[in-house]
Design a binder for this molecule. Structure first.
Ligand SMILES: Nc1ncnc2c1ncn2[C@@H]1O[C@H](COP(=O)(O)OP(=O)(O)OP(=O)(O)O)[C@@H](O)[C@H]1O
Length: 906
């Protein structure tokens, strides 16, 4: 079995459950497999026919899906075909009944309409398995009921001794029983895996239908498409999908569209282009359906709340099927939640209507959640987890907990005063001081609470209500599609304990929606906020490796085009990542890489090795790098991601700006709209993850001197280092948490204090010594190649790094916060010590106009574009070269920009 796995699929190990299930199938036992999307269910029916050398018939709901699977299997050297209306080769039918194919795909309609003779012929030559994929379609309780699936039991009589295997990613207990019953399975082997897709990051955002939202989408989508990954954007209406598609196309993104009103041909073309990587994004309604089998979808975005949590799980599950880190965003607006009525129109019975409403409400809850999203999803599917995942927006966002007792008191009292019988809109409108007819008619404008909640938006109040429902202070009463809220017994207790001078605190973690409403008035946040804690595999690459990776993607694309197939069918992205890392020099080494199968080696090995060899030489990369690790791909990837879970792209970006581009912490903080302390923490976390940090510069910037360090060490000897608060309490007020965290991190990382210029570890109060060479500037030699322009841009930076431990203030002037004139000599004079610099503050002001970062910036901001010559003329009190450097520095920090030779402030 392992041999077959490696030969045809290139994998060295089975994933959890696969081997056991295959064993059962080979023993002739019926099986029911309920495992997460992308967990590797297909292999459970693809391996047995290769072992037995007989045919497995696979029932699959969609022709397009079958075509994709057949295409991939053929690329692995497996004999596979499908029967269906789009099959052009009429000879396939007779080949099929002769048992020519290992895998024969067909729809349930086709299976039930084939003549008896076909099956008996196949039985004679050898059929070893009947697989029913997407088996939840059998059940009316499933979210995609298809009545043709119900007729499949007919095949039982025709194929009495052939084992059946039913596979699905979403089946509640009820659905599972339905499947077993309907397929007349006797004593089936039941394998129920975890629903947890550990490589997926889940996040939810509030939708704003503004142009900045499109900009945000463009940025998000480009992150993946630049590295060969693609994105699906699911819209709830055709109109939305058309608008989004047009906007993305306008932004230059290769975008396709797929919805139910398109003709079959147009849909097929769109689907084909997407799986062949000719499109970077597919904007679709849910018609872009079940079982999209493209492994390298890196991001699935839902534009609007989905109709059920099951469909959300399925649709979002289409990303990251190859096990690489991928992202699922859901954008919702509160108006989405009023669509229950619309979805109910599909219901054929009262119980179905209830099922639809329940699962729509579950999707709504998912949107409004303030706690771990993965935990909620898993619990919904009956899987208990104890811990929060650390890989969803709620887990990674720094928790904003606060005492909401006053607000809760207002809302609960208002709901009670309104008679506990309205939906949320009424009490919220009362609190916000509305004078609508309904409010006046009910005399609610006379309530003392009327207008007391104007300070928050109505969405904020509704989000608070969601929290109070989740914490059992409010009760939601549902009747049909209508919902009212009332104060629960717990809420009543809370109210009765409160009086005008005292109320018990009610500390709750506020939701992202509340944060958004507070910070942006409900406006969509900027692109920078879209960061998440998923580290994409190729983010680990060096610059040269990234080039090689992209070259390999192009190479695969060309092979796919030449062979009329999709790039992923040639080999998966995860395999390309490994090839770029390992750079094999021989066929044997190539074959040893997980994911490389025999067919691939013999067909493309020669030309691939030649290209790797040539490119590696050009890029100065050694061949036969890292040895491949022979363990299950899924386990390895999950580990790789979770091990680095703290180092999110946001953290890395902050670190890069600070470490490589020498942007100051306050500027990074204002760029990302986060606190300076958060930036410091980010840099420390990245340092702990093994990245280089210029400690001397860092200590200088946060004011960690040898004196402060000694004080911290002394405090640690008294109270230990387990908790920061006791340490802080031992220290003078001026010593910050950041300084404490930094010293502890440095100690943990064994950073030597020698290169910091600290005189000693004793409690001397020596100021930070600055290597004067750190302040030289001007005649910087440019690096060759592509980053020349970058260094040119930064030529004005005052700092030169003489190794990672050299103290290099990014700008002496900024450190001291002074507006003194600068020339090379004065700067050199002033730099050796911050203290010295401060002592001289204000003394050196000359009469002429002197250039400093702030005076230049102020002056540029006053004008609608100035030439460099105008700047140098204006600031006659400073040397030209110095001014040029400062301007370059400001430009490098993105506070000014140059267009048509004119500088303008951003
Ligand atoms: N043992 C394995 N080692 C490495 N990769 C594997 C292994 N088994 C399957 N895969 C890969 O995992 C990915 C998902 O597999 P598969 O398509 O079978 O998932 P699935 O469970 O059928 O998902 P869905 O329910 O969405 O159809 C594929 O790219 C497949 O090649």
């Amino acid at each position: 079995m392992e041999q077959v796995l490696k030969t045809y699929f290139g994998f060295s190990q089975f994933r959890p459950y696969q081997k056991e299930i295959i064993d059962q199938v080979l023993n002739g036992r019926d099986s029911l497999v309920v495992m997460a999307t992308g967990s590797g269910k297909s292999l459970c029916y693809q391996i047995p026919p290769l072992v037995r050398k007989k045919t497995a018939v696979v029932i699959s709901p969609l022709l397009a899906l079958m075509q994709d699977q057949v295409m991939s299997l053929k690329q692995r050297g497996i004999k596979a075909e499908y029967l269906g209306s789009t099959q052009m080769d009429k000879g396939i039918y007779s080949e099929a009944e002769k048992g020519t194919f290992h895998l024969l795909y067909m729809t349930p309609e086709k299976a039930c309409s084939l003549p008896h003779r076909f099956w008996t012929n196949l039985l004679d030559v050898g059929i070893c398995l009947l697989a029913v994929d997407e088996a939840h379609c059998i059940s009316e309780w499933g979210h995609d009921f298809r009545k043709e699936y119900k007729k499949l039991h007919m095949l039982r009589n025709i194929l009495p001794d052939v084992p059946f295997i039913a596979l699905t990613a979403t089946a509640t207990g009820k659905v599972q029983r339905d499947i077993v019953h309907s397929l007349q399975m006797s004593d089936p082997y039941i394998a129920i895996g975890s629903f947890d897709r550990q490589n997926l990051f889940y996040g939810v955002k509030i939708l704003s239908r503004s142009t900045s939202f499109v900009d945000e989408l463009v940025t998000e989508v480009s992150k993946y498409s630049n590295n060969g990954g693609s994105t699906i954007i699911y819209c709830t209406t055709i109109k939305d999908s058309e608008q989004i598609c047009d906007s993305l196309k306008d932004a230059g993104i290769k975008t396709g569209i797929y919805h139910g009103q398109m003709g079959a041909k147009a849909r097929e073309q769109s689907h084909k282009s997407f799986i062949r990587d000719e499109l970077q994004v597919m904007v679709a309604t849910i018609a872009f359906g079940m079982g999209i089998d493209k492994p390298n979808i890196r991001c699935v975005i839902h534009y609007g709340c989905p109709k059920s949590l099951e469909s959300y799980y399925q649709e979002s599950g289409r990303c990251g099927r190859d096990g690489l880190a991928s992202i699922c965003w859901l954008y919702y607006s509160r108006s989405d939640f009023g669509k229950a009525d619309f979805y109910c129109s599909e219901a054929q019975s009262e119980s179905q209507k209830k099922a639809i409403i329940d699962s729509f409400r579950a999707a709504e809850k998912y949107c409004l959640l303030a706690t771990c999203r993965r935990k909620f999803l898993l619990q919904y599917f009956g899987e208990e987890t104890t811990n929060a995942c650390g890989k969803c927006d709620n887990c990674t966002r720094s928790k904003s907990e606060r005492d909401l007792s006053r607000e809760a008191l207002l809302l609960l009292s208002c709901i009670q005063s309104c008679g506990d019988r309205w939906g949320l809109n009424m009490p919220v409108d009362v609190l916000r001081g509305s004078r609508s007819k309904k409010i006046l008619d009910n005399d609610f404008d006379k309530l003392s609470l009327h207008g007391l909640g104007k300070g928050y938006s109505s969405n904020w109040w509704k989000a608070l209500a969601g929290l109070l429902i989740a914490h059992d202070y409010l009760k939601e009463n549902t009747q049909d599609i209508y919902r009212t809220v009332s104060v629960s017994p717990n809420g009543k207790k809370f109210l009765s304990c409160a009086n005008s001078v005292h109320q018990s605190p009610l500390v709750l973690a506020i939701t992202s929606e509340m944060i958004d409403e507070e910070e942006h008035g409900g406006q969509q946040k900027k692109v920078g906020d879209l960061n998440n804690s998923t580290t994409l595999e190729y983010e680990d690459f060096s610059e040269a490796e990234t080039k090689l990776y992209r070259m390999l993607l192009d190479f695969r694309m060309k092979l796919a085009q030449d062979n009329g197939t999709a790039p992923y069918a040639i080999c998966g992205d995860e395999t390309i990542v490994k090839i770029a890392k390992i750079r094999p020099s021989t066929r044997a080494r190539l074959a040893n890489i997980d994911g490389v199968n025999q067919h691939f080696v013999s067909k493309y090995g020669g030309s691939l090795l030649e290209s790797i060899c040539q490119a590696s030489e050009e890029l100065k990369l050694p061949l036969d790098g890292e040895a491949p690790v022979l363990q299950a791909a899924s386990t390895r990837k999950v580990l790789a991601t979770s091990e680095r879970k703290l180092v999110t792209p946001a953290k890395l970006n902050a670190w890069k700006l600070w470490q490589n581009e020498e942007v100051l912490i306050p500027q990074i903080a204002s760029t990302y709209g986060i606190k300076e302390q958060t930036v410091t923490t980010y840099i420390l976390e990245v340092a702990r993850d093994g990245h280089e940090v210029n400690w001397a510069r860092f200590c200088n910037e946060i004011g960690l001197t040898s004196e402060v360090a000694s004080q911290i060490r002394f405090a640690v000897t008294k109270v230990g280092r387990d908790r920061l608060k006791p340490i802080k309490e031992e220290l003078p007020e001026a010593v910050s948490y950041e300084q404490i965290k930094t010293l502890l991190a440095m100690e943990d990382l064994n950073v030597s204090t020698e290169g910091l210029g600290w005189k000693s570890n004793s409690s001397d109060s020596a100021p930070v010594e600055i290597d004067s060479s750190a302040c030289t500037r001007g005649d910087r030699t440019h690096e060759p190649g592509s980053w020349r322009s970058f260094t040119e841009k930064r030529a004005g930076s005052h700092s030169e790094t003489n190794g990672s431990q050299t103290l290099t203030p990014p700008s002496c002037e900024t450190i001291a916060g002074t507006k003194q004139p600068r020339n090379d000599e004065s700067l050199l004079d002033e730099c050796p010590s911050v203290k010295h610099h401060k002592a001289n503050e204000g003394e050196n002001c000359l009469d002429g106009l002197e250039a400093t970062e702030s005076t230049i910036l102020e002056w540029i901001a006053e004008h609608d574009g100035v030439l460099l010559s105008e700047i140098t003329d204006h600031f006659g009190g400073s040397e030209r070269e110095f001014i040029v450097n400062l301007v370059g520095c400001l430009e490098g920090k993105y506070v000014i920009f140059k267009k048509n030779d004119m500088y303008r402030a951003l």
